[in-house]
Design a binder for this molecule. Structure first.
Ligand code: ADP
Ligand code: MG
Length: 404
């Protein structure tokens, strides 16, 4: 049976921020799903909603079926049990999630005592075993959080998440605060634990490369929606949604000299979830938007084998097997009249549009009737209003999605 089946999940915070807007996700036991997207696109909100950890006053709609049982319909007692044994979360920044004045062994033992009805001695023993399981000596149970390194604290967090043998582990940016060597260790540890115990994993990160290396499938979020989903490697190598393409291009590929010179990053910021633009929410930043994108919402549609993308340029006919970013750039710099027709767009190269070719906008792009999108693809240094942050300008660090 499907371990997790999220259907049309919506989350609106008390202030009116529509942080999650109709998300569908499925995860089988033993599988790993990556959730990607810039800071602010709703990843953590989604994770918190799965375990009903959102602040009071937040409106949540849809269904969250965990082993067939709707988390949103559960009584509180049941939710508390599910939080440890059904699913558990590993948060970013272990220092803030651990209690600084309690020994880590006691913190790991607490859920075992409460939810497994273990004796104090039994819970202590289990805590020691869990520490060894995540690669720390059982004797470290007597340490306080400040006596451990960042990587060790994150291991403690993972041990806590495993304490009640959950069916699903949600790891929200588990390695973002760690240096790269430790990051790799923690990722391998999580992978190993998932493989051994046949649990499901949802790994959240702004870093598509990390997710592609760890997960089976990827879902890319933008402004509270999934805009692309499919096999992890396929999305990383050849995303079909222009946002997913930009996210993928934002991280240099080791061993791929071409990626060092490719344009990185995306102008502007994600929209404010309490004041979303009409039409496609990505349209104001999209380098290849059509006039219709400013008014027409774009649902997910078939985008190749086991893939879906929410872009007017993606049609089911195009199977997405050809890497779009390798397509000749000239074609996209001067769209022909037929390319402006949404019905024929499945095969148009998307990725290369914002490159140097965009310095010469086509007549259609300059036409004010074309949705007022004329100036956006112009050369860097133009009107700041039309181009707040040029594609490819500045250092890669500037172009990387920000850490939350
Ligand atoms: P991510 O994890 O992808 O960075 P979040 O889920 O943290 O994104 O945030 C999504 C949006 O919801 C952001 O615009 C953020 O400002 C807003 N938000 C997050 N938490 C709250 C809250 N408690 N109250 C109101 N708005 C919130
Ligand atoms: Mg977050």
């Amino acid at each position: 049976m499907t371990l997790l089946d999220v259907r049309n999940l919506t989350v609106t915070y008390a202030g009116g921020a529509a942080a999650v807007r109709g998300v569908d996700l499925r995860l089988e036991a033993g599988r790993k799903l990556g959730l990607a997207g810039e800071s602010g696109c709703g990843k953590s909100t989604l994770a918190l909603a799965l375990l009903r950890l959102l602040p009071a006053g937040t409106r949540v709609g849809g269904e969250i079926l965990l082993d067939g049982e709707d988390v949103l319909a559960m009584k509180w007692g049941r939710v508390r049990a599910v939080r440890w044994a059904g699913a558990s979360i590993v948060f970013q920044g272990a220092m803030h999630s651990l209690n600084p004045v309690r020994r880590v062994g006691d913190q790991i033992a607490e859920p075992v005592l409460l939810h497994r009805k273990a004796t104090p001695a039994g819970a202590r023993k289990k805590a020691g075993e869990l520490l060894e399981h995540v690669g720390l000596p059982a004797a470290r149970a007597s340490a306080y959080p400040h006596e451990l390194s960042g990587g060790q604290r994150q291991r403690v967090m993972i041990a806590m998440a495993l304490a009640c043998d959950p069916r699903l582990i949600i790891a929200d940016e588990p390695t973002t605060a760690l240096d790269v060597m430790i990051q790799a260790q923690i990722l391998r540890l999580i992978e190993q634990l998932v493989a051994e115990q046949d649990v499901g994993l949802i790994m959240i990160s702004h870093d598509l490369a990390v997710l592609a290396g760890t997960c089976d499938r990827l879902a890319v979020m933008y402004a509270g929606r999934v805009v692309e989903e499919g096999p992890a490697a396929r999305i990383y190598e050849a995303a079909r949604h222009p946002y997913a393409q930009a996210l993928s291009a934002a991280f240099p590929r080791i061993g791929d000299p071409a990626s060092r010179f490719a344009p990185r990053g995306l102008p502007g910021d994600p929209p404010d979830p309490s004041a979303l633009p009409p039409g496609c929410a990505f349209q104001p930043r999209c380098p290849v938007a059509l006039t219709s994108c400013a008014t027409e919402d774009q649902p997910l549609r078939a985008a190749g084998p086991h893939r879906r993308a929410a872009c007017v340029r993606v049609t089911p006919a195009a199977d997405g097997t050809a890497p779009l970013r390798d397509a000749p750039a000239e074609d996209s710099a001067t769209p022909s009249p037929t390319e402006q027709d949404p019905a024929t767009h499945g095969t148009a190269p998307l990725r290369d549009a914002p490159a140097e070719d965009s310095a010469a906008p086509s007549p259609a792009e300059q036409d004010p009737a074309n949705g007022g999108r004329d100036a956006r693809d112009d050369t860097p240094g133009d009107s700041p209003a039309s181009r707040p942050d040029p594609v490819g300008a500045g250092e890669p660090e500037e172009a990387r999605p920000r850490n939350p």
